[in-house]
Ligand binder design. Structure first.
Ligand code: NAD
Ligand code: ZN
Length: 344
């Protein structure tokens, strides 16, 4: 299956969801990956990918390496290999590899092309599509970066066979996010079908990618509707931060965050109790956490203001309206938020 993402300024591209076919690039190519992904899948990729000249840049595995020094290392590899402005980077890994490779591509000699070959469920359904690239620094996550669209995305669901179960669940959380915010039929389909089945996961990837592509096509730079993809993230980022990024995977924190957003939506009458429970049940089916012990509710609330999306001192919440629709609002009172947090 192929999904097209339509963008201005020649930035449109296609997302191929299928087993990898032969790909040929008549230019110098660098594959950026890490030891985990290369151990499992690099030979397979190399058997499919042909280039004028090919080299592999291996960077360490982990979010803790998603910083400027690693970008320098990728750029150093590119200079050593004498890449020119027509050369191409291939991001081969999860969202960490995708975000860093995209960012390196956006600045190498003022910007070269890159393609995404995502290998985690989270990156296949979310991170590889849409052109957000970046790194972390001591001031926070993803605070440095660029919008730089890939020229193509190749999603091969067979690569998920080696993915640990928790990582799979983290990806499912982002799938649930797309369904709750934009597509009720998809949500009901998710309730009725098991994503551990290979046929079903392909369908779910395609649906999620289609949803994300539609949203990004309408709002590439997140000036409006694209912000809805941050459903669950306002709360989730605080949870990740409070737990020093070492307790929950991003998708797991988003799972809890969606439950918090839902509780708020129920409180102000946007969602029914029954709908709230349906989302919770769906998440729990994949062992995604749905509760979190908040130590200090006031402290948790203050944490919202560290998020780059609330720099104007107003917290932006994405709240579901029933199932399949949502609204973006910064008009929620502190009192309402504190009350739902106390209930967790
Ligand atoms: N750009 C965006 O729009 C966007 C969206 C969401 C998340 N992100 C970013 O993505 C990152 C999270 O991505 P992630 O969840 O993919 O994490 P990740 O890239 O850290 O991958 C998770 C783990 O799985 C391993 N792995 C990857 N593919 C595998 C496979 N096929 N088999 C076995 N192991 C495999 C990785 O090496 C890693 O250890 C975060 O940095 C987040 O900020 C970006
Ligand atoms: Zn996310």
């Amino acid at each position: 299956m192929t999904v097209k993402i339509t963008l201005p300024h020649d930035n449109s591209y296609e997302i191929f969801i299928d087993e990898l076919n032969e790909i040929y690039f008549d230019r110098k190519v660098v594959i950026v990956t890490n030891p985990t992904v290369s151990g499992f899948h690099l030979d397979y990729l190399k058997s499919k990918l042909n280039a004028k000249e090919l080299s592999v840049c291996i960077i360490p595995d982990g979010e803790e390496y998603k910083h400027m020094q690693t970008i320098e290392d990728i750029l150093a590899h590119c200079f050593t290999q004498r890449l020119d402005r027509k050369s191409l980077l291939v991001a081969f890994g999860g969202g960490v590899i995708g975000d860093m490779t995209g960012f390196a591509a956006s600045i190498y000699q003022r910007g070269i092309d890159f393609v995404q070959i995502p290998t985690t469920l989270l990156s296949q359904v979310d991170a590889s599509v849409g052109g957000k690239t970046g790194i972390n620094n001591k001031f926070g996550k993803n605070l440095i970066g660029a919008f730089h669209q890939p020229i193509a995305v190749y999603i091969d669901p067979s690569m998920l066979k080696t993915l640990p179960k928790r990582e799979f669940g983290a990806g499912v959380a982002e799938i649930v996010k797309m369904a709750v915010t934009f597509n009720k039929d998809f949500f009901e389909w998710l309730e009725q079908n098991d994503l551990n089945d290979e046929k079903n996961i392909r369908i779910a990837i395609a649906k999620s990618v289609q949803t994300k592509a539609d949203v990004v096509s309408q709002d590439e730079k997140e000036l409006g509707i694209r912000a809805a993809l941050n459903y669950g993230h306002t709360f989730g980022h605080v949870i990740e931060n409070e737990t020093n990024y070492n307790t929950y995977l991003h998708g797991e924190a988003v799972g809890i965050g969606m439950c918090m957003a839902n509780a708020l939506a129920v409180k102000i009458g946007l969602m029914s109790k029954d709908e709230e429970l349906r989302v919770k049940n769906l998440l729990e089916k994949y062992d995604i956490p749905t509760t979190y012990k908040i130590k200090d509710v006031e402290d948790f609330y203050e944490h919202f203001f560290l998020d780059k999306k609330s720099l104007d001192n107003k917290i932006k919440f994405i709240l579901p309206i029933g199932l399949g629709d949502c609204k973006i609002t910064n008009e929620i009172t502190k009192n309402d938020v504190i009350q739902i947090l106390k209930g967790f």
